[in-house]
Ligand binder design. Structure first.
Ligand code: ADP
Ligand code: MG
Length: 387
């Protein structure tokens, strides 16, 4: 793979000078969904699917970008003096945003670069190809320009650029998982404090299977912003009766005791999800540490029900996938993952049931929706790095 990318790089850009290779993973969140902007916990892991990058410093201020995933667009040329988001910049708004954010945070990028990108993550499916690309560029800038910066700060810069350059109001989970991921571990992150802990994911006789519904409803961005607003409104109402900074500060019991302070019924449901999902995530990590995979799976299933009924970010296609999965012997847990309204589900499936899972969920999905699902039996890999 790397050799082929090197050849393409030479063909595109020619020239001399040291060329460096980078990799940044995608991520899947095992549990703790829509909690990262509510001050709760998340539990994502980095994948071995991800984004490769090859780059070389230039002597001038030009930036040249090429993605093998967007071949038709060819080389997109711009410069360090043109770091303004635009439609014409297409996907290069992500790398440009990261460069912009580095400069904004006081790290100087003195020279341009030639960059080749190739990703193995399906774009727009909730496995965070955008965060993968952002953190990749962060590692690239760190390495090429000898910048002293921690992986955690690269994650924060990635989020900052996605929020302020790309206009997506995402939380910190994605960039953090991509930057800080560790082989065979998931990252138990408290999004309130950014304290984190690695928990080993030992699934001796089971695998993580991601199912891509291949749908992405147009609701996704507007609904995301609605959910954030509804959660904030609920928090605001609760703060009149209880001293909390975020919904993640509440236990289930405290929520039940104070929930009537939330005036709007919809906002009440959103807050219920945020509180219960956070507590579920804490419990799920405990179960995993105690090797109680069955309990971990039950909590994943409850997470799905809460996202479907209280947070209302699922959709018909995803519910079909999860319902089909739940019927199969050997499925330990299955839920929607990522922002919602399409994208992927994540399931934990016993090794000897993986083939049946793919056959039956695939066939059932086709029958009920007319669509072809895609399956990835994934491994948990390391975070973004120089290769
Ligand atoms: P997700 O992060 O869930 O995959 P997003 O819509 O947030 O979905 O990000 C997808 C976008 O990120 C793509 O449309 C593209 O602009 C950019 N992107 C991701 N991977 C690549 C890649 N390999 N090459 C070029 N652009 C990419
Ligand atoms: Mg994204």
């Amino acid at each position: 793979m790397e050799k082929k990318l090197m050849e393409t790089f030479q063909k595109l850009y020619g020239g001399e000078g040291e060329i460096k290779t980078f990799f940044s993973p995608g991520r899947v969140n095992l549990i703790g969904e829509h909690t990262d902007y509510n001050g709760g916990h998340v539990f994502p892991c980095a994948l071995t699917l991800g984004t490769y990058g090859i780059a070389r410093k230039r002597e001038d201020r030009k930036l040249r970008f090429y993605s093998a995933n967007f071949e038709k667009l060819g080389v997109i040329e711009t410069s360090l003096d043109d770091l303004v988001p635009s439609k014409a910049a297409q996907w290069t708004n992500y790398p440009k945003g990261v460069i912009w954010a580095f400069e904004k945070k006081g790290y100087s990028i003195p020279q341009g670069m030639d960059v080749l990108i190739y990703g193995t993550i399906p774009n727009g499916s909730g496995l965070s190809s955008s965060a993968s690309l952002e953190v990749l560029i962060g590692v690239m800038l760190k390495e090429l320009f000898n910048i002293e910066i921690s992986m955690q700060d690269i994650a924060l810069i990635g989020q900052y650029s996605e929020n302020n350059y790309n206009g997506c109001n995402c939380g910190i989970m994605d960039q953090f998982a991509v930057a800080m991921g560790k082989k065979d571990c998931a990252v138990f992150l408290d999004t309130n404090t950014l304290q984190y802990e690695y928990a080993s994911v030992k699934l001796d006789d089971a695998k993580i299977v991601i199912t891509n519904s291949k749908v992405k409803h147009s609701l996704v961005d507007s609904a995301y912003n609605d959910r954030r607003r509804e959660s904030e409104e609920a928090l605001h109402d609760l703060q009149k009766v209880v001293d909390i900074k975020t919904l993640g500060d509440l236990t289930e019991e405290e929520f039940e005791a104070h929930k009537d302070a939330i005036k709007d019924e919809i906002c009440k449901k959103r807050a219920k999800h945020a509180v219960y999902e956070n507590q579920r995530t804490i419990r799920a990590v405990k179960a995993l540490k105690e090797n109680d995979i069955a309990e971990f799976g039950r909590l994943m299933n409850q997470s799905h029900i809460s996202l479907r009924d209280d947070y209302e970010v699922s959709c018909e296609e995803i519910d079909v996938l999860v319902d089909l999965a739940w019927k199969i012997d050997g499925v330990i847990g299955s839920r929607i993952t990522g922002g919602g309204f399409g994208g992927c589900t994540v399931s934990i499936v016993k090794n000897d049931a993986v083939d049946t899972f793919i056959d039956q969920v695939g066939a059932g999905y086709k029958e009920k929706t007319g669509r072809e699902a895609e399956f990835y039996v994934v491994e948990i890999g390391d975070g973004a790095r120089v290769l």
